[in-house]
Design a protein around this ligand. Sequence first.
Ligand SMILES: [Zn+2]
Length: 418
Amino acid sequence: MLSKRISIKVDIVTGGLFVFLFFVPVILQGQQYDLLIKNGHVIDSKNNIDAIKDIAVTKGKIAKVANDIPAAQSTKTVDATGLYVVPGLIDIHTHVFVGAQADKFADGIYSVSPDDFTFKSGVTTVVDAGTSGWRNFSLFKEQVIDKSQTRVLAFVNIAGSGMSGKPTQEDINDMNADSAALVAEKYKDIIVGIKIGHYEGNDWTPFNKALDASKKSNTPLFVECHLPQYSLEDQLQKMRPGDIITHSYEQVSERMPVVDEHGKLRPFVLAAQKKGVLFDVGHGGAGFWFSQAIPAFQQGLVPNSFGSDLHRFSMNAGMKSMLNIMSKYMAIGMTLEDVIRHATWNSAKSIKREDLGNLDVGAVADIAVLSLTTGKFGFIDAAGKRLEGNHKLEAELTIRAGKIVWDLNGISAQPWKQ
Ligand SMILES: [Zn+2]
């Protein structure tokens, strides 16, 4: 902001009285914003905005959203004509505790480095789904969370060492509700819930411990699918409103599918969503089947979030990226406004981080500028089947805390001149 103190001498001749005003601050029109995104179609579900607007950013925060903000007021201006401007996407299911250990997700090479995959698909926040447990969370924080530009949040695993492989990750003695709740409390700005996901026995102690930790830390329980001895109905029965089940549309032996062999959505599944249990896509390498997702969608089980289950084995298969999942859901029948709402504001609410997923003035300036291309596209599921669709979303520009971290076609760059 440019301001200047000048002295103005005002002579008011009223009965010989002279009034002098000195040092009246005068604000000159100047570059009060760091970044201005002009003429984009803004979809901010929290604030019910679905219209062409300008968005100004300053000091890493949203400063103004209005119909017309003059370019002269900003140091940098990006023309987003024909593009969609939305809050930075939130992927609530990833595995990003990358490290050097072979054959492991926790501190291992099966996880991926978040910045390598997030910004290019408009994602500014990921939630790690229990790759670390209460015992090794601090290593995860030091090694990945603190070193990433992507905002990395976490569900902490009830298993002490997280996804460290068998038999460690299934050791009931290393599952501790008090310890998990303590870690969740200590890092409450990062840990958004408790995860249970890997246990092949039929003893409900691990599930109950995770639920207990979740209650103690007042956070949601996040349930993955590798619990083959637990019935789906019992799991959903034990889950509370706000708890999250993922891999919702898988058709594998580890869990009963949500749609039965006659193509009918099981009534207790829909009842669980009505009760308030949240259904995350959790696409991954094997977690998303059209044979489940399409009839489920048609019969009313709409996913609450588009968790990608990003890891080494899903990123190059049918999943690809969160935007690909969103485009896939448009091919299934969801509107653009709905896919954006689920990927932003609804995901923020799922993890109880309502400071995210919106473009409130004063909110952190995490923004995705997306293109929506019309054409003939194909989408693949875990069974290797293809669904044709007519729309594809792509990230043109991604902004994290006011900083441009991805610019596909250089729309924020100056033209090159020889
Ligand atoms: Zn997962």
